[in-house]
Design a protein around this ligand. Structure first.
Ligand SMILES: [Zn+2]
Length: 304
């Protein structure tokens, strides 16, 4: 049986108490039994709840130590509600929406929770795209520019890689890049796409040399002007991403935080056909307990 609730009624049943929430984190984090976060020993004594003591190094710890939930002053139940809410709203949630739903006293708290959860949406070592992949860039945060290869103030350039799945879009990867030069684009492509893959781009010089780094490179349109639709998947993602940033977040995304929004969008898009929202919940939970804690001070750039 799947180890996650299937719907909101089950969710409320499963996580009715703090100890039920903690037990779930224990199962996710230590499927083989508790393990010392300091020395990795599995010789661990249960102490007064919620503590454990390492028999080897003497370290006292809890299941939330070293995770996204470390040092929280709020009940785990509230965090679980936030994660359920975030993964069940198909197009994502705003800080104001989360604040209202959970009855949080401060907007700032809701905002920082969403940012912590966005960080959990990135999975290190995630698989790169394969098969046939369209690659293009788009500007976020300002009007379209016909000029490429130059930075524009107040705008961020985002590389889009969209895998073909028949005529549809498979998985995607998004990455903010400094500019549209080959020096910026090539490492971003290598990070997102497996070597040996067929990559389709336009004739922009920034994509020259992809063959040298192991790709089958096809130039699918002759000119480098933006706006033509010979890369339909990449262009569709650009349009959807902009609509999402404007809709769910009212366009209020500062360049400092754009990376996290790109991660959230990618997480949601790549799991959009997931039949079970509960599965999404458990994936985000798994990533939350595998994460180093995020301190408030680390969320630079202020509330936007
Ligand atoms: Zn230890």
């Amino acid at each position: 049986m799947a180890d996650y609730p299937q719907n909101v009624v089950e969710f409320r049943d499963w996580f009715a108490t703090e100890s039920a929430c903690r037990d779930y984190l224990v199962r996710l984090r230590w499927p083989q039994g508790p393990c010392c976060p300091d020395c990795a020993s599995t010789a661990v004594w249960p102490m007064k709840t919620p503590f454990y003591r390492c028999a080897r190094c003497g370290y006292d710890f809890t299941v939330t130590a070293g995770t996204l939930f470390a040092d929280t002053h709020k009940p785990l139940r509230l965090w679980f509600e936030a994660i359920w809410y975030m993964t069940n709203q198909k197009s994502g949630v705003s800080a104001l929406g989360l604040q209202r739903t959970l009855g949080l006293g401060s907007y700032r708290t809701a905002w920082s929770w969403l940012h912590k959860l966005r960080r959990a949406m990135v999975r290190s070592g995630r698989d790169r795209l394969t098969g046939v992949v369209e690659v293009d860039e788009t500007y976020i945060g300002g009007p379209e520019s016909g000029k490429r290869g130059r930075g524009a103030s107040g705008k961020s350039l985002v590389l889009i890689a969209a895998q073909a799945d028949g005529r549809k879009i498979g998985r995607i990867r998004l990455a903010r890049v400094a500019d549209a030069s080959a020096k910026s684009l090539r490492p971003a492509v290598v990070h997102a796409v497996e070597p040996g893959t067929q990559i389709q781009t336009d004739a922009w010089t920034g994509y020259a040399g992809l063959t040298d780094v192991g790709y089958e490179h096809r130039v699918v349109r002759p000119t480098a002007d933006l706006g033509e639709n010979l890369l339909p998947r990449a262009n569709r993602i650009a349009a959807l991403l902009k609509r999402w940033l404007l809709g769910t977040h009212q366009g209020a995304v500062s360049p400092d935080h754009l990376d996290y929004y790109l991660d959230e969008y990618t997480f949601r898009f790549n799991r959009r056909t997931s039949r079970s929202r509960g599965l999404l919940f458990s994936r985000l939970m798994e990533q939350a307990v595998a994460l180093e804690p995020v301190r408030g001070q680390d969320l630079i750039g202020g509330v936007r």
